[in-house]
Ligand binder design. Sequence first.
Ligand SMILES: [Zn+2]
Ligand SMILES: [Zn+2]
Length: 185
Amino acid sequence: MKKNLLLVKFGWLPDELMEFLRTKLLEHFAGLITDVSSHKKTLRLPSHAHDFERDQYLANDLIEELIIIAKKRKSFRTLGITRADLYTEDYNFIFGMAESHDIPGPKVAVISTCRLSNEFWNEPYNKDLFHERTIKEAIHELGHTFGLKHCSDNCIMRFSNSILDTDAKPKTFCAICQKKLYHVK
Ligand SMILES: [Zn+2]
Ligand SMILES: [Zn+2]
């Protein structure tokens, strides 16, 4: 059975980054995801998700749009990507968010690359580091869509509260999470 991961862009993103995500996600979810494709249309960020005062977007609204697309496209997993800064009611900002695995329906997640680029922190742009951080956030959020919770081990499922946390964690699952990963649908 084909297990398709659909990548959905909210706004422009570099082709090179999308290609990097495609190849690396296939590697990291070998057997679980068998094919990665990009949604043809680049979506506009939902205007109702925009908070003008904070100049951020409410991640939940992007998740809702992704659920609609996932239902139409019948994708196995769906990952939204945006350069916009995201927040939720509980967090000032987030690197990413996943719809709980326990909720029936499409399994979707979204990541924001806004704070993953050195430029956000007034440091020189570093493509490799930017790609590395983005793949880590993508693997982490997709891990949630496979039912994994946060893990305190040296593991990609460790919670990131800051970019330092993201840099410190490996881009692999610990042995326990890896085992769990292959036991869910
Ligand atoms: Zn998480
Ligand atoms: Zn773990």
